[in-house]
Design a protein around this ligand. Structure first.
Ligand code: F0G
Length: 465
């Protein structure tokens, strides 16, 4: 490998997609029409799209070549076996249930395991996971360490479980109330923060003592493995695959949104280590909701792209470049005085808007206001993780309940943007910071009863609120 100062991207660009530039006055019109909600914008009106790292990766020539080798047989297509072999090789899991994306895998797992009144224990459940638990009248419980919720505190593994609280929960509610423990690697909801191997092992030990199964939400497992290699003693000389094998060995199975670390635009799967009976039950649900066991709602070509993408996702040079780019954006924003969750996580930078726009009360949707400013300033699309996404009205009093953190996520698609795009994001932040006291805040004018952030509409407040 070249020395640090001879470092550049470990790929060159073979196909490009032109992105449109718009003028500020066009963007003013478009964002107003969108009800100041970037989910209502057209993708082509966005210059740098940091809405999500999910399904937005650039596939490699090797993956595209694999797409041409799609076997579209209804039953037994060869690409299914390639995918199964890849998962068997990297994760050590025997039984594979392909699904159209991650949440479909969650749906199958929850259908098999979760009953009303139960509690699913996690470090921090992702939104769709939480939704699947709540829909079954069960309770999602988040047991991340306290450092995991404090943006400015440094800790190498802010996605870790609080093992004492985990054991206390199990003792209090008992095996019958807890269908499984779910470890989300990396932990998306607090900044793409990794979970240490020692912590995963600890979860396994505690759960095993009480006979409780453990599952991984493996959407960003490869990024998590890279952090383990960089930060956890004893892993420096291991390959990412060796680290992954150990990590997956502590769980009974996993769900995965392949749209993240498998570097594809669509797809996911549920996998079981060795429980054939559970696998057969899963296939029953899969066939009703997704498709036959060897395609699960995907085309043969999609399965091939996942099988190949899984190997590219654990390539160390790829991971180094990926994590380095995210860190680069984080460091440059810090240098510009922008408060972020520290240290940067695996798939994006999360701006701490409570500190950045401290003049705005949560009632004025400060994180959403920043999302709007980023679009107006430079055509950048980010996502709000604050009062709009997580605030809610108390059903009895009608009063607003505000979330602890007010964040804007800048999720970085894999292999898509260069550091020059990141520099532009930093310049936009510098410009916004210079006039931040004049950012007016927003007023909610439409909200749907559930998951309101996807469809909410706002008006801009006047400057003197
Ligand atoms: N688990 C995690 C940790 C996720 O981040 C996501 C999706 C899912 C499960 C669901 O997977 O989208 O394939 O159904 N996260 C995306 C995001 C949407 O923007 O963070 P899916």
């Amino acid at each position: 490998m070249p020395s640090r100062n001879m470092y550049a991207e470990p790929f060159r660009i073979k196909a490009i997609e032109t992105i449109k530039e718009t003028t500020r006055s066009t963007r003013e019109m478009l964002i107003k029409e969108a009800g100041y909600n970037v989910f209502n914008l057209r993708g082509e009106d966005v210059y740098i799209d940091l809405l999500t790292d999910s399904g937005t990766a650039a596939m490699s020539d090797n993956q595209w070549a694999g797409m041409m080798l799609g076997d579209e047989s209804y039953a037994g297509c060869k690409n299914f076996y390639h995918l199964r072999d890849a998962i068997n090789d990297i994760m050590g899991y025997k039984y594979v249930v392909p699904t159209h994306q991650g949440r479909a895998a969650e749906n199958i797992l929850m259908t098999l395991m979760v009953k009303a009144g139960q509690r699913v224990l996690g470090n921090m459940h992702f939104d769709t996971t939480e939704g699947h638990i709540l829909i079954r009248n069960a309770k999602p419980v988040n047991l991340v360490i306290p450092e995991g919720k404090q943006p400015a505190i440094h800790h190498p593994f802010k996605g870790n479980f609080d093992l004492e609280r985990l054991e206390a929960e199990i003792k209090q509610f008992g095996r019958a109330q807890i269908p499984f423990v779910l470890i989300t690697v990396t932990c998306n909801n607090n900044g793409g923060q990794p979970v240490a191997m020692a912590n995963i092992r600890g979860v396994r030990e505690i759960a095993s003592r009480y006979g409780i199964p453990v599952y991984l939400d493996a959407a960003r497992y490869a990024e998590n493995c890279y952090f383990i290699k960089m930060r956890e003693p004893g892993y420096q000389d291991k390959s990412i695959k060796e680290i992954a094998r150990e990590m997956f060995s502590y769980a009974d199975g996993c769900t995965m949104s392949a749209k993240k670390d498998a570097l594809v635009n669509i797809g996911g799967f549920l996998a079981f280590k060795d429980d054939r009976e559970l696998y057969e039950k899963a296939v029953q649900v899969q066939i009703t909701y997704e498709g036959f066991r060897t395609y699960g709602g995907l085309a043969g070509r999609d399965l091939e792209a996942i099988a190949r993408g899984l190997y590219e996702g654990i390539d160390e040079r790829y991971l180094e470049n990926r994590i380095r780019q995210v860190a680069y954006l984080g460091e440059e924003l810090l240098a510009a005085g922008i408060p972020i969750i520290e240290p940067p996580g695996g798939h994006g930078i999360y701006v701490d808007v409570k500190r950045f726009l401290s003049h705005l009360p949560q009632a004025a949707f400060p994180a959403q206001a920043l999302v709007v400013e980023l679009y107006l300033e430079a055509g950048i699309r980010a996502v709000e993780l604050g009062t709009c996404a997580f605030g809610y009205r108390n059903p009895e009093t009608g009063e607003m309940v505000y979330p602890e953190m007010e964040l804007v996520r800048l999720a970085i698609p894999r292999r898509v943007y260069t550091d020059r795009h990141m520099d532009l994001v930093v310049r936009a932040f510098r410009a916004i910071a210079a006039r931040k006291e004049r950012i007016p805040g927003l007023r909610l004018v439409y909200e749907a009863p559930v998951l309101r952030h996807f469809t909410a509409r706002f008006e801009m407040l006047s400057f003197h609120h």
